[in-house]
Ligand binder design. Sequence first.
Ligand code: ADE
Length: 246
Amino acid sequence: MKFDILTLFPGMFAGPLSESIIGRAIDRGLIDLRLHNIRDYAFDRHRTVDDAPYGGGAGMVMKVEPLYACIQKVRADRPDATVLLTSPRGVPFTQCLASNLAGRPELIIVCGRYEGVDERVTELCIDQEVSIGDFVLTGGELAAMVIVDAVGRLLPGVLGCDESAYDESFAQGLLEYPQYTRPPEFKGHSVPEILLSGNHQEIAQWRRRQTIIRTAIARPELLDRAALSKDERELAEQSMELSNVQ
Ligand code: ADE
């Protein structure tokens, strides 16, 4: 899959995307990631990329001309690209959106900065504005890295066969059950007996219950859309009541 990232700070990407699973996927050619410096498309003497907002107000706005020129240049080589803008105003970035994007051949991610981006960039070039959460970052670069990481790991061959993307948190709209590895006891905390039993059916049942309990406590709103049996709904309600008491 091809990722093109348009940013004023290409240097921010070197560490996070060159290590570990995504770094390996880039080395193996499964991910083709290119960085484009928006400032290279500012043609005035001072290479200006931002300006004061019309109507007044705090902060600076990213100018339309350099961004438009940069997006057009990159798009010319990426006819099938979906163009995203990272912004706290965007639609929430979820596992569902990550899997949807993982099915596209080309993604262009424009990193917003300052107080925002001239709205005409969005009107003319952007398919979707995406937010990684209800908080404000200093810029969209970290958000773009989050998107590359979450989308990249879903691409065929990126995770090894022992690193499953199926059984994890959000894969079925719920949080993942707790995991343990050796030793069986550490500082008085034991691994649940059932996980040592070798009984795969009972382990699967225990994990399903844990998934429901965890989700009910930490993210109860996820249960509204989950397919739960009557017993599972009861377990969820009991867990929510207990967590409210504590
Ligand atoms: N830029 C600033 N804050 C952001 C957020 N929460 N998500 C995406 N891009 C951002």
